[in-house]
Design a protein. Structure first.
Length: 759
């Protein structure tokens, strides 16, 4: 019987040779000559020191004196979560003036959707469908963070997900690769600015490479099982877009992909990222993901984990110490070529040089007070306005400014910390402007009756009868706004949920208040889509605000009273029940797709013949459709689409078509419509999705105004990977839709003819 270690050591030998060959050209070419000069002067221990990321966390502390000594002796290349400006200045001075080679420290921080000025969570920003606004949010984040000496952020997260149970959907751009590509580019540009060497720029870190959002069952850190074609056509696309946009760094993922942990994945890190995409930045592990390859069952011990990560192409180890403890010995025993270490250090030095840290290592102390400025807060307010998605409105919105009395109900109405959402280490509750405060400021305290109903989102009802004060407030008002949702702690990393309903007794609260018969608006402030079937009919209007950030209150007041019309669109499909998950618009068709009409569950005849219910792909009790499709969102006006035109009707493989339609505002108010282009390749060498987003444009029109919207679609835009090494476009018919969500719109088609044939 063959020893199973034989295969492993054969693989390792291949990886080592592969790494050695890959490392050779890295320090040449267009590199700053200082890289080669420094490498020539460095001891092996100093090289490994550059590959160590150290710092602080909420669960661990480090003796400052020990940290300073490690910096002085060249044992640390980067630091995370050092947010005391004096400490940053002191540590950088030690690195530059007291270490042997004077290599500056790179300071990093999780600046995910703001530093002090907190913007909507990334999923909310995705709902704006506005890359320019997202870029501005990232730029403001960089301006604030860089005043602390932070020059590196662990964003953007571009992990696509089709499972709202996953806690990190809050940080995700949603489910669609095209939208994610656009937003990834916007965030990279915003963080890095026009010049990476500018003192107010942050090096972006696109994460988590790769397929982290495909975690099995929506459980954080779980394995991902992703075929090659799906990996290439869906999950890798926004990473490629971010790299092409110049992202300086990349972070590996916690998960494994079909048996290989992402932190020890040479095919992804060397063949795809470095070889195919030409990435010249550095790769950092996620928090202790190097040594977590041991419980994965991929590495035998810390030394083995360090060897696997280094050879795979991880340049910087975050917080765990496999490199520091074992890499010099691994090099000494010939288990890791020193060229692998040289490559990693060259990648790290390259980014430090591009950031201008060698020329200007100290932070710019002249901008220390540039936090929470009025322009920053106004940008956060506008982003929160555009992120909100109106899902239902039976005419109750917008509220009249002349309303005599408004009842404000719910645990999220005055929750300054919770409205900030996940990953807001530097956001402060005292900076938050809550919906209750904004509505009182607008109407006056005597016109606003308030009762939270529940202490927090997870609370259970007390009192007999329950919700008596909330009902009384509603009965004495002309209209009611209920602010429901999830606390910030219920989404984010390691905060997956098996139940997507509103937590606690919020459903009972909504039902009790709605039973008063008063016009009722439900505002959901959450880190994910929540299933709302139990209360969907109770509300006359439904507005999803996500976790909107610092300026949640003023932004929502603007929308509720019609100062602005909602313009957000869903970046994810909204399920009816957790039992539909995973659910996403760009699915495959199956051999038996569901028809438009299905027998309702309650109408199934007793004793029905087995094949009488439509043998198609659907759920008997929920059908085949979600509650709301991807791209859905209402405004305070209505829009009509007409006169779809696709020209020309036939194109060569290197050609392009123009797809155009006329959009008319047929309602009484100015509003913004998000016009969306979808495509489908109905017959291909591998099956293709039923629809794929291929373009979008935000169009603002006054009442009665029209605009002709044209999308240029290249044949190359329809190319796909077949999982067998071929990336190309198939000839044949292509269907197109111009519409207002992923399920509705005007339909047309064109033909891509085969090479060598005429139109």
């Amino acid at each position: 019987m063959r020893d199973p270690k034989w295969a492993r050591w054969t693989l390792c030998a291949f990886m080592i040779c592969h790494a050695a060959l890959s490392a050779a050209p890295t320090a040449a070419g267009d590199d700053d000559p200082r890289i080669a000069e420094l490498l020539a002067k460095m001891t092996l221990e100093e090289k490994v020191g550059q590959m160590n990321l150290r710092g602080f966390s909420s669960r661990s502390t480090q003796d400052p004196a020990i940290l300073e000594g490690q910096v002085r002796s060249g044992q640390i290349g980067a630091l995370i979560n050092v947010m005391d400006r004096d400490a940053v200045d002191r540590l950088q001075r030690i690195a530059v003036e007291e270490s042997r080679l004077g290599i500056p420290i790179l300071f990093g921080r999780d600046v995910i959707h703001g530093l002090r000025t907190i913007f909507p969570i990334p999923l909310g920003q995705a709902a704006t469908w506005n890359p320019e606004l997202v870029e501005r949010a990232a730029r403001i984040s960089a301006l604030e963070a860089s005043t602390f000496g932070v020059r590196w952020t662990f964003a953007p997260m571009v992990d696509l997900t089709r499972d709202p149970r996953w806690g990190r959907i809050a940080e995700s751009p949603g489910e669609d690769p095209f939208l994610a590509e656009r937003l990834a580019v916007a965030m990279v540009r915003g963080f890095q600015g026009d010049d990476l060497a500018a003192p107010d720029s942050l090096a972006a870190c696109v994460k988590h490479f790769a397929a982290y959002g495909a975690a099995e069952g929506g459980r954080d850190y779980a394995a991902a099982h992703v075929p090659e074609a799906q990996l290439r056509n869906v999950y890798l696309r926004p990473f490629r877009a971010a790299i092409d946009a110049g992202a300086a760094t990349l972070m590996t993922a916690f998960n494994e992909i079909d048996g290989v942990p992402a932190t020890g994945h040479p095919r992804l890190l060397r063949d795809v990222l470095r070889g195919e995409w030409g990435f010249r930045g550095f790769v950092v592990s996620d928090w202790e993901s190097v040594t977590e390859m041991i419980p994965h069952g991929f590495a035998a011990d810390a030394a083995d984990a360090g060897r696997l990560a280094a050879v795979a192409g991880v340049d910087l180890e975050m917080t765990s110490t496999a490199y520091a403890d074992h890499l010099p010995g691994l090099v000494g025993r010939g288990l890791v070529p020193e060229s692998v270490v040289d490559e990693a250090v060259a990648n790290l030095l390259r980014i430090k040089l591009r950031l201008g840290l060698f020329d200007r290592p100290q932070r710019d102390a002249g901008r220390d007070d540039s936090l929470l400025s009025e322009p920053f807060l106004e940008a956060a307010r506008e982003t929160a306005r555009q992120s909100a998605v109106l899902l239902r409105n039976d005419g109750v919105l917008p509220l009249s400014p002349e309303i005599r009395r408004l009842a404000v109900i719910g645990p999220m109405a005055d929750a300054p910390h919770e409205q900030l959402g996940t990953w807001t280490f530097d956001g402060r509750r005292e900076d938050s402007r809550t919906p209750l405060a904004a509505l009182r400021e607008r109407l006056g305290e005597d016109r606003v009756a308030y009762d939270p109903g529940l202490a927090v989102s997870r609370s259970r009802a007390t009192g007999e009868p329950p919700f008596a004060y909330a009902r009384a407030a509603a009965l004495g008002a002309d209209a009611v706004v209920i602010f429901a949702g999830e606390e910030a702690i219920l989404s984010g990393e390691a905060h997956s949920r098996a139940d997507l309903r509103l937590p606690g007794d919020q459903e009972a609260l909504i039902e009790a208040v709605a039973s008063t018969g008063k016009p009722t608006v439900l505002v959901v402030m959450s880190g994910r889509p929540n299933t709302l079937e139990a209360v969907y009919e109770d509300a006359d209007a439904l507005l999803v605000a996500w976790h909107p950030g610092t300026m949640a209150g003023p932004a929502l007041a603007d929308l509720l009273f019609g100062d602005a019309s909602p313009s957000g669109r869903l970046p994810v499909t909204w399920p009816k029940s957790v039992g539909q998950v995973p659910i996403y618009y760009n699915h495959k068709n199956t051999g038996r797709p569901a028809p438009e009409e299905l027998i309702a569950f309650d109408d199934i005849p007793v004793g029905a013949w087995q094949s009488s219910l439509s043998n198609t792909s659907h759920y008997l009790d929920l059908g085949a459709k979600p509650r709301f499709p991807f791209g859905f969102g209402l405004t305070y006006s209505t829009f009509e689409y007409a006169d779809l035109e696709v020209t020309p009707k036939t194109i060569p493989r290197d050609g392009a078509v123009d797809v155009s339609a006329t959009i008319t505002n047929t309602g009484p108010r100015a509003a913004t419509e998000v016009v969306q282009l979808y495509v489908r390749d109905p017959v291909a060498r591998i099956t293709r999705p039923v629809r794929e987003l291929a373009g979008f444009e935000r169009v603002t029109l006054g009442p009665g105004d029209s605009r002709r919207v044209t999308f240029r679609l290249r044949a190359d835009d329809l190319a796909f990977h077949d999982g067998f090494g071929r990336f190309d476009v198939d000839p044949g018919e292509i269907r197109v839709w111009v519409g207002w969500n992923a399920e509705e719109g005007l339909e047309g088609s064109f033909e891509i003819h085969a090479a060598g044939t005429g139109p």
